[in-house]
Design a protein around this ligand. Structure first.
Ligand code: C2E
Ligand code: CA
Ligand code: CA
Length: 584
């Protein structure tokens, strides 16, 4: 099947599309026809009235008919000027024909009939012809200048391909016309290493070669689709594919671009074998505006690059947005760390008689629009991206500073618990950081508790144990967080220098609906007590849960029933209120 070029005409596809999407001075064709009709009518009126000696009566006054010739001659000249200015070559030729055709009639009137009243008209006609020739020559110069400007604005300097501006102009145009198309993000693999090892000039040569191969395909009949290839930046290119009837057509076209790239490229006497990743998205199925379409194609290409499964072509699916969201959140965490805009809430912990024991500091982060990003979402991303130690220490430092001032101000005997990820715990300077926070905040070490999740400790027992012993020696308390969710083993617990077990919310949730869950929590509490640990239940929301926990001997409660995570100011109020003597 040959390309259906009906919408682009024959010849150089890229050039045709560029012309269509670039700035044009031309007015709508309907205006041209209106001007021609007006011009003909005005010219006829001029020829009928110019030599007339008759008079007509308008509102009681007598007027010479030939006076109308001046008015209509002005109208016909205005029409001519508009045609020449707004309709380029077409307008110029029409105007010239109209004016030149009038000349013989005027000359005939003067020479044959001796009618010298046509003399001014003759001179006006000659003058107008000279004027439109000057205007037209000037228009040609402006057009040439505009074409040069357009080329510069829409062309990538290095490769000569259309640039990202041209690409988004075409995409917006296609969306406006609701024409289906695919955007393919094409990213050369390992291009950076070519630049790094062979130098920028070699890198540029590679880009020029790749661009010329891809442009040759776009302008050839090798694919059955109508293609437009552009360079976005660096080694990123975009391909717009139109006139396809199925997804198979899109894939076949992409394969052409893939195959031509994979043929040997020789640069500075080195043979290079290149590959690229092709992520694509289809309008209107995947997204309905140009920003989202480009993001979708980029998400597909990022997925290919990060997973490196050997697969080189991938269509966007909504699943990929998750990884895009992760990248975005990672960026937000980094920005929040730089601006110090991570903050904390304090969730109160109480003993079973509702006396305040202290607070757990919980990290909080706001999006740019002011909405909250849940720690359940950003903490795992921070862990994966290796940012968790910075997040932990930022929450620890800020909450300890506040807590130190609060304790000095109120004299309250309370504890601050902070969460520490095992990745952070394993860092060599972890203990120094903790020492530094203790010194600067002035919080006594025995009023600080470090929460470490159970599963994590089992995974990396040896080093974690060493670190936890060091923390204990410094006087800090240790809590085992989310207890019950890991592979709790008694022998492991015996060796563990913890002070507190935190029973995970999932068991508290099930406690009153399942007898076995209640027995399980009761068993944890008993074992904890045998090992000399205190036990706190997390996520307590209902009075019934509280009654059961009291009954089975739980020591502490943390949950919405007695307190949600609070701002530092609200936590301060709670401390002050909790210290008021109870009135009888
Ligand atoms: P976590 O350490 O188990 O913290 C307790 C979570 O349970 C908190 O969620 C708290 O708001 C929630 N919670 C407490 N009581 C109730 C209740 O009665 N009902 C319900 N539905 N939820 C309750 P949050 O603040 O969303 O924190 C989620 C997790 O994020 C934390 O679980 C912790 O693993 C992690 N995290 C929070 N801050 C930090 C931090 O500074 N560093 C590290 N490494 N992890 C943190
Ligand atoms: Ca915790
Ligand atoms: Ca927990």
């Amino acid at each position: 099947m040959k390309k259906n070029r009906s919408s682009a005409g024959n010849g150089n596809n890229t050039e045709k599309i560029l012309k269509r999407i670039s700035f044009s001075r031309k007015a709508p064709l309907s205006m041209y026809f209106v001007l021609v009709v007006l011009y003909v009518i005005a010219s006829v009126v001029v020829s009928k009235t110019a030599g007339s000696h008759e008079t007509i009566t308008v509102f009681g006054s007598k007027l010479n008919v030939y006076a109308f010739a001046g008015i209509f001659s002005a109208i016909s000249n205005i029409c001519i000027m508009f045609m020449v200015v707004y309709f380029g070559k077409l307008g110029f030729i029409t105007a010239l024909i109209g004016l030149v055709l009038q000349l013989p009639m005027m000359l005939y009137g003067i020479i044959a009939k001796g009618n010298i009243s046509s003399l001014p008209g003759l001179f006006t006609g000659l003058f107008t012809i000279s004027a439109i020739i000057v205007i037209h020559i000037n228009n040609l110069r402006i057009d040439r200048f505009q074409a040069r400007m357009r080329d510069q604005a829409v062309t990538d300097r290095l490769t000569g391909l259309p640039n990202r501006f041209a690409c988004s102009e075409l995409v917006n145009d296609l969306i406006k016309r609701q024409e289906k198309f695919a955007i393919v993000s094409m990213d050369i693999n390992n291009f950076k290493s070519i630049n790094d090892t062979m130098g920028r000039n070699a890198g540029n040569e590679v880009l020029i070669e790749v661009a010329s191969r891809w442009k040759a395909i776009a302008d050839s009949d090798d694919t059955t689709t109508l293609d437009f290839v552009t360079r976005q930046s660096g080694d990123e290119f975009s391909l717009i594919i139109r006139n396809f009837s199925s997804e198979q057509d899109i894939l076949k076209t992409i394969k052409h671009y893939q195959l031509t790239l994979e043929k040997k490229v020789t640069v500075e006497n080195c043979d290079l074998y290149l590959t690229a990743c092709f992520g694509y998205t289809v309008f209107p199925q995947d997204a309905d505006n140009s920003d989202n379409l480009f993001s979708c194609a980029d998400a597909a290409v990022h997925e290919l690059k990060s997973n490196n499964t050997g697969n080189r072509i991938l269509r966007f699916t909504t699943d990929l947005l998750k990884s895009e969201r992760s990248i975005e959140i990672e960026r937000k965490i980094k920005a929040a760390l730089v601006n110090d805009s991570l903050y904390f809430n304090l969730q109160p912990q109480f003993d079973i008689n509702h006396n305040l024991r202290g607070f757990e500091a919980l990290a909080r982060m706001k999006d740019t629009d002011g909405s909250m990003i849940s720690p359940g979402e950003f903490i795992p991303i921070a862990e994966k991206a290796g940012l968790i130690d910075k997040v932990d220490i930022s929450v620890f430092r800020n909450s300890a500073k506040f807590f130190g001032e609060l304790v000095r101000k109120t004299g309250a005997d309370i504890t601050l618990s902070v969460n520490v990820s095992v990745r952070h715990l394993m860092k060599n300077d972890f203990l120094d950081e903790i020492r530094n926070v203790i010194e600067t905040s002035g919080v006594p070490a025995d009023k600080l508790e470090i929460e470490i999740t159970e599963s994590i400790m089992i995974d990396s027992a040896e080093k974690a144990l060493q670190c936890i012993n060091d923390l204990k020696n410094m006087g800090l308390k240790i809590a085992i967080d989310d207890f019950g969710t890991g592979y709790s083993s008694l022998s492991y617990l015996i060796n563990f220098p913890a002070d507190m077990l935190k029973v995970d919310k999932s068991f508290i949730d099930k406690m009153n609906t399942s007898e076995s869950s209640k027995q399980y929590v009761a068993a944890i509490i008993s074992i904890g007590h045998i090992m000399n640990f205190s036990v706190i239940s997390e996520g307590v929301e209902e009075a019934e849960q509280l009654d059961t926990l009291r009954e089975i001997g739980c020591d502490y409660i943390q949950g919405f029933i007695w307190g949600r995570p609070l701002s530092p100011e609200a936590a301060e109020d709670l401390v002050i209120n909790s210290m008021q003597p109870v009135k009888n």
